[in-house]
Write a protein that binds this ligand. Structure first.
Ligand SMILES: Nc1ncnc2c1ncn2[C@@H]1O[C@H](COP(=O)(O)OP(=O)(O)OP(=O)(O)O)[C@@H](O)[C@H]1O
Length: 350
């Protein structure tokens, strides 16, 4: 199984990097090191990403996201700590071996995908395979399949400048998928796209991931994107992962004031689902013929049901059995922190 693990990873830039790590382990902070001309870009990062998971690293500019990502694909060597993929310690590999792992097991999707203007879409999608030395027939077959997966079937012989920004980004995604790498590293991959196209790409990625079950690390500075995509999310601040967990963990139990201030603008009604806020089942909710909702119903949709039901809304599990209930008051309390509550909830509250 292609699990990715980071174990106490540090990246310190500067002439006395090892000393910097020792100082950090002894409790020094980033500012103390900076005074010394040393930059602690990533401090003691540990996490594990299981196959089929999207692990989102979220943080403001300068928090250390890109440095962390470059250590995951072997472009940067950690100052301390280990990165393991597929049971292999990437930090112990020689340069040649690392290049081979990078070209066969790891794919990158960047923010600005540099497509080759004088190659058609198929040749662009096949580029990673060309680097691997795969024969033309084989790489065209695999690139064609990847384009199909990304919704670009029929565009193989078009030129990059004939495609919209979103389509170009999908060629980038197809290039990453064509190599069949198990680990996909996505660095602000959708950040340059218009909001609607960005949302569309997020949907496509989720749909693709349901089928392909890659191990994905996705970097973003956008918390809403993180919440939408991430099975698990790591929030970085000043080089450290200050919290990691599911979107619900972060929204309902922020680790500190920093994370709490970050999540203020998140549309909770779309991210949180019924199972995150439900209580024990009640007799009312269990017994009557009122509508029920599945556990994964977003709170925004739950509001509409709650407005029509005179008691807590019953929540059902995968087998249809009632597993909990959501009283109106609890629903309002969870959405109440939002700056602009959705209309349905305003009606419920009135
Ligand atoms: N090669 C380097 N030499 C010295 N300092 C570096 C180097 N690369 C990054 N840094 C510093 O490490 C810190 C983390 O940078 P990094 O680029 O990883 O953050 P980021 O969260 O990806 O930011 P952005 O979203 O702006 O790319 C910053 O203070 C940056 O200046």
């Amino acid at each position: 199984m292609s699990t990715l693990q980071a174990e106490h990873v540090y990246k310190v830039f500067g002439r006395r990097a090892d000393e910097g790590v020792r100082a950090l382990r002894d409790g020094a902070d980033r500012e103390e090191l900076r005074a010394d001309g040393t930059t602690a870009a990533v401090i003691d990062a540990s996490f594990s990403v299981e196959p089929g998971q999207i692990f989102v690293v979220m943080g403001l500019s300068g928090s250390g996201k890109s440095t962390l990502l470059r250590m995951l694909n072997g472009l940067l060597e950690p100052t301390a700590g280990r990165v393991l993929f597929d049971g292999q310690d990437l930090t112990a590999l020689g340069a040649g071996e690392m290049r081979r792992v990078r070209s066969t097991k790891i794919s990158m999707v960047f923010q600005h995908f540099a497509l080759f203007p004088h190659r058609d879409v198929l040749e662009n999608a096949a580029y990673g395979l060309e680097v691997q030395g795969v024969s033309r027939a084989e790489r065209e077959r695999r690139a064609g399949e990847a384009l199909e997966l990304c919704g670009l079937g029929g565009w193989e012989r078009s030129w990059p400048d004939e495609l919209s920004g979103g389509m170009q980004q999908r060629v980038g995604l197809a290039r990453a998928l064509a190599t069949d790498a198990d680990l996909l590293l996505m660095d602000e991959s959708f950040s340059a796209l218009d909001p609607l196209i960005r949302r569309d790409m997020q949907d496509q990625l989720l749909e693709l991931q349901r089928r392909l079950k890659k191990t994905i690390v996705f970097i973003t500075h956008d918390l809403n994107e993180a919440m939408r995509l991430g099975d698990r999310i790591a929030v970085m601040r000043d080089g450290r992962i200050v919290q990691q967990g599911t979107a619900e963990d972060i929204l309902t139990r922020p680790a500190d004031d920093y994370v709490a201030s970050f999540i203020q603008d998140v549309d909770r009604s779309r991210v949180l689902t019924a199972d995150a806020v439900m209580d024990e089942p009640t007799a009312d909710a269990d017994a009557c013929a009122c509508p029920t909702v599945p556990a994964d119903t977003p709170l925004a949709d739950l509001c509409a049901v709650s407005a029509r039901v005179p008691h807590p809304v019953a929540v059902t599990g995968a087998d249809g059995a009632v597993i909990g209930s959501v009283p109106q008051g609890r629903l309002i309390a969870f959405i109440g922190d939002e700056p602009r509550p959705p209309m349905a909830c305003v009606e419920v509250a009135a």
